[in-house]
Design a protein around this ligand. Structure first.
Ligand SMILES: NC(=O)c1ccc[n+]([C@@H]2O[C@H](COP(=O)([O-])OP(=O)(O)OC[C@H]3O[C@@H](n4cnc5c(N)ncnc54)[C@H](O)[C@@H]3O)[C@@H](O)[C@H]2O)c1
Length: 441
């Protein structure tokens, strides 16, 4: 082992490059656990907020982590300064989807250039951890070569590289980071893997399995987990459509039993709308892109992608039929899931657009995502100030996201209420239509 490696027995000082929806929470979690963290972003606003220990994104529990981190978290626009002051650099920068389904590495390569240039000036071992989602082969094919080229140093000797993604759902990020089901560690070498393990030992509230592997398998495993979950969602949604045609059928009863089987498991197995958000849809497409490129057919991912929007089209169709021409409909729930303002690929927004295209008067409401939805939907929709105001006087209501407050509203007897997630009873909404429930129930 070379001397530089011996000197770095454990990581104490960490730079986090990218202070967005994931990176800011990673930074807050590490600082709250005693690491010295310096955040880096190209956005001056995010840097200023983090430097003031102010959460730069809306995420439950994040501000509390920052409050616990006095003296241990700072932020800068200067990546060089941050790398020189740290033992490890975590990359949590965007990897936006390209039109063909692959991920663009432009932000990640920029960050690697900056880190690499700083490493050229730095003595001693440094750990680089990639957390952003990439296609299998991206780290060894492009990111590590860029770091080596800019630093003039060798991966596995002068610096270590680990692909170490997180499995999080917005609205639940703090908990997901502290209590993961497992930790994926795709490392260039043993030293790098051990240093990452040391970080997790100080952060985690549980002792989940650490899955050690090479980098390419870790890249694929990240995509495989997410695409398997999307397949489960699609399976439950297909069952829901079948149940609707089946006299006495009820998808909730069937999926409850299905989920008890330990080979299957209950999570994400509930008939409702399709999946949305910044990860699931694009991870599924990225796996498809990779499979096609390699000539390895992946029809399950193909079908998952092709049918994901069917439930939204179905509920929009039923709502149009129920209210007739010129009818008034409220869509409640515009974020892609509860507890987040994110509307990216949101099924609620999609339903609202379909209803509007059919000529209906559409009022929308969401407790957190109204501004984001306004940017997505534009004029032509009515934006309600509250859920009560949204449903008042409407012929039909679509519950597109299961925010708890929607289960407490006073629905009128004559309103048709399309409950996409099974949160209401007929006593609460006499005009209830639960998706996935067949005739006679
Ligand atoms: N958000 C999620 O639910 C989630 C879940 C799992 C994985 N991921 C992955 O994590 C990565 C980041 O996602 P996110 O949702 O946090 O993105 P985000 O867009 O919310 O944040 C990314 C941040 O990186 C900054 N940035 C861009 N270039 C930079 C550079 N060169 N140096 C420093 N900062 C830079 C941006 O200004 C932004 O603040 C993506 O690859 C995403 O797929 C996200």
């Amino acid at each position: 082992m070379n001397k530089a490696v011996e000197e770095l027995a454990a990581v104490e000082n960490i730079s986090v490059h990218g202070l967005g929806k994931l990176g800011s929470v990673v930074a807050g979690t590490l600082a709250s656990r005693g690491f010295n963290v310096i955040g880096v972003d190209v956005s001056a606003i995010s840097v200023e907020k983090v430097a003031r220990r102010e959460a730069p994104v809306l995420e439950p529990g994040l501000q509390e982590l920052f409050d616990l981190s006095e003296g241990r978290i700072g932020a800068t626009l200067d990546g060089r300064e941050a790398v020189l002051a740290s033992d490890a650099s975590l990359l949590v920068v965007p990897t936006p989807s390209d039109g063909d389904g692959s991920y663009s590495l432009r932000f990640a390569l920029n960050a690697c250039s900056e880190i690499g240039r700083a490493l050229r000036e730095k003595d001693g071992y440094h750990l680089v951890v990639m957390k952003s989602t990439v296609l299998p082969g991206a780290c060894e094919g492009e990111l590590i070569p860029r770091l080596e080229q800019e630093s003039g140093k060798r991966c596995g000797e002068d610096f270590g590289f680990v692909y170490n993604p997180e499995f999080i759902a917005l609205g639940n990020v703090v908990r997901n980071l502290l209590y993961p089901d497992m930790v994926l560690v795709g490392a260039s070498d043993e030293v790098a893997a051990r240093l990452v393990e040391g970080i997790y030992e100080r952060v985690l509230e549980t002792e989940p399995p650490l899955e050690h592997m090479n980098i390419v398998n870790a890249e694929l495993a990240k995509l495989a987990v997410n695409t398997y979950v999307t397949m489960k969602i699609t399976y439950a949604n297909s069952l829901a459509r079948l149940c609707e045609k089946l006299p006495g059928g009820d998808v909730d009863v069937v999926t409850r039993a299905l989920g008890r089987d330990t080979r299957i498991g209950a999570k994400y197995l509930k008939g409702g709308l399709g999946f949305g958000g910044p990860c699931f849809p694009r991870d599924n497409r990225a796996l498809l892109f990779q499979a096609r490129k390699l000539g390895a057919p992946f029809q399950l991912a193909e079908a998952t992608d092709a049918t994901n929007e069917d439930p939204a089209r179905h509920v929009a169709h039923m709502a149009c039929d129920a209210v007739g021409e010129g009818g008034r409909v409220a869509v409640l729930g515009l974020s892609y899931k509860p507890d987040t303002p994110v509307v990216e690929r949101s099924q609620g927004v999609f339903v609202a657009k379909l209803l509007k295209q059919s000529g209906l008067e559409v009022t929308v409401y969401d407790p957190m995502a109204l501004e984001g939805a306004r940017a997505e939907l534009g004029d032509g929709f009515k934006y309600a100030e509250s859920s009560d105001a949204a449903i008042e006087g409407k012929d039909a209501v679509v519950l597109a996201t299961p925010w708890p407050e929607f289960a407490k509203l006073g629905y009128q007897a004559e309103q048709v209420v399309f409950d996409c997630w099974g949160v209401l009873t007929r006593e609460q909404a006499p005009g209830l239509v639960r998706l996935g429930v067949g005739p006679g129930r």
